[in-house]
Write a protein that binds this ligand. Structure first.
Ligand code: ATP
Ligand code: MG
Length: 258
């Protein structure tokens, strides 16, 4: 992928990082990895990122810690990949799957065979040896969902006990939870259905959350299962979401303190 747009953005620009991310999304859209609605989803994310100061908050750190513990404890962890994730953090997502011995599965809201193939290529280019959720597979279906959104890989999400869904649609997050799976999500909007439904919600940008998750998983390798379980028991997702909302509200009143 080339980043022709980014060449025109000067590093001195006060919105440099945000503009660079936009340029990456536009390139991913042009390359066919991202659906047009993926660009809109990114815009919604940007708005919430603005409100949390475009930084990883202490609240997000706690959720990342708990998310890393849940994924480390999983018997059958699966990482779901959509267009936004493939566009922004392909290397990190592959590295995380390697570290956790987790499966990578492509799941798209607007699924087309071409986009699935392009995302598979991007993941393989980033080093993935196995990619599930492709067109070659005979899919399984998740109860409680209709149409293409019910699709899951037989060797992936269908069997998973813990699923990391960086950006998920609310209906699907609800169906995964109803199916008894633990859902770890990364979503900048603390008010989305996904954020409210998941077991562990990391309110942070994918581009910060993924590197943080990677280093957390590495740190937790030194801990035994009991310590990890205690860590999970001590984490309260509802309280954590409430804290994130308070951070957003303080930004609005100009009293932000992260
Ligand atoms: P839900 O279906 O869960 O109710 P929604 O319909 O409001 O959510 P979707 O369009 O399904 O939203 O998903 C987009 C979500 O992804 C938004 O909540 C947005 O905040 C979030 N998002 C977009 N880009 C990023 C990013 N880079 N990092 C983290 N979250 C992001
Ligand atoms: Mg949605």
């Amino acid at each position: 992928m080339s980043f022709k747009n980014s060449i025109m953005i000067s590093p001195d620009h006060p919105r440099y990082e945000s503009l660079m991310l936009r340029a990456r999304m536009v390139e991913a859209y042009k390359a066919g990895i991202l659906a047009d609605s993926g660009l809109i989803a990114h815009g919604r994310g940007e708005a919430f990122d603005y409100l949390i100061g475009e930084k990883t908050t202490e609240t997000a750190r706690k959720a990342t810690h708990a998310g890393a513990a849940a994924l480390s404890l999983a018997e059958y962890p699966v990482i779901s990949v959509n267009g936004n994730t493939a566009a922004l953090v392909p290397h990190e997502i592959v590295a995380l799957a390697d570290k956790l011995n987790a499966k990578l599965e492509i799941n798209l809201f607007y699924r087309t065979p071409t986009r699935v193939n392009l995302i598979e290529k991007a993941l393989r280019y980033a080093g993935a040896k196995e990619v599930l959720g492709t067109e070659r597979e005979e899919p399984a279906y998740i109860n409680g969902l209709k149409g293409p959104r019910s699709r899951a890989s037989k060797e992936g999400i269908y069997q998973a006990d813990v699923v990391l869904v960086p950006l998920e649609d609310g209906d699907r997050a609800e169906a995964l939870m109803a199916g008894g799976k633990k859902v770890v999500t990364i979503d900048l909007n603390p008010l989305s259905r996904t954020a409210k439904t998941a077991s562990i919600t990391i309110i942070d940008n994918l581009v910060r959350a993924l590197p943080n998750l990677l280093s957390e998983v590495e740190k937790l390798k030194k801990m035994d299962r009991n310590q990890l379980q205690k860590m999970l028991k001590d984490f309260d997702n509802e309280k954590n979401l409430q804290n994130s909302l308070e951070i957003v509200a303080r930004a609005y009143t100009g009293e932000m303190e992260l």
